[in-house]
Design a protein around this ligand. Sequence first.
Ligand SMILES: [Zn+2]
Ligand SMILES: [Zn+2]
Length: 368
Amino acid sequence: MPVAADLLTLTPAGLYCPRGGFHIDPVRPVDRALITHGHSDHARSGHGAVLATPETLAIMAVRYGEAFAGTTEAAGLGRPIRIGDIRVTFHPAGHVLGSAQIALEAGGCRIVVSGDYKRQLDPTCSPFETVACDVFVTEATFGLPVFRHPDARGEAEKLIGSLAVFPDRPHLVGAYALGKAQRMIALLREAGYDDTIFLHGALERLCQFYESRGIELGPLDPVRGLKPKDLAGRIVLCPPGSMADLWSRRLGDPVTAFASGWMRVRARARQRGVELPLIVSDHADWDDLTATIEETGAGEVWVTHGAEEALVHWCRLRGLDARPLNLLGYGDEGEAEPESSPAAADSPDAEAGPTGDTGSADDTGAAA
Ligand SMILES: [Zn+2]
Ligand SMILES: [Zn+2]
């Protein structure tokens, strides 16, 4: 089925629906934006009107302040909304709390924009739902066959095992403030870890927000004011950008861990001085990307942020129409950036780092 170019097209600000007059996850301020989830490369402040799930709207308010957009409208999952003659429906993406795929339908054609997504179980958000469509716009953060994420529960057990081996050292875990930090905590709780987990200041507000939405994280305390001896054998979570800075020196001689899909790449773990790499990703791995494309039944696939060419090639081998979007400005704050910005890591958005093109290609290439 030919896709009406007036349903979805590319502009410098990102994906745009000319017929509905809105952008999806625009990278610069626009009149009307539909937002898939709260990560800072997708959810920016300054739009005229924002339509997103209630959780994503709340996360944007936590990060940017209540005045992050001119007006806001909440989209319930699975509840179609009309924008002009377009039927718009948000479906769960399984990426972080409130994350959604956005389906657009008109004239018998359905396009689904995945945003970021994963298929692994995550107790902190609604599971991904496959939506049949004609055109699937997929992310490809880990779009190379080398990326196969292990079961995240085993990674949490590794961390607990290390506490037993090094009971005198704090365990400092780098985890992004939105999603990864809360998922790591939930995984530790599932594995039976009931002790207090200590938080860097930049993680506190989003953890509180998750708890306000009924996601139980167990005993948490700020790490502020504590001495290394107080933290011996304890778990401390911080944004990745704080692992190597002055802040972390207050912890004495911690075991350093980092929870990210990139920890599959040993060189990257070494580069960051990570002793205990934990391969925990909020993005689909290669197997889940390809399985999802097949499940949607889409005849046409647009690939965005990540290793686009490999997935495009895979699609073409299967007779699917596929193209890389080469969108600039994305690179999940959660996982696509190798280093955070030098800006102080004490603000909630410090983990956002440089967005976009930051050198993931080198690393993935080297790993392949
Ligand atoms: Zn994301
Ligand atoms: Zn992203």
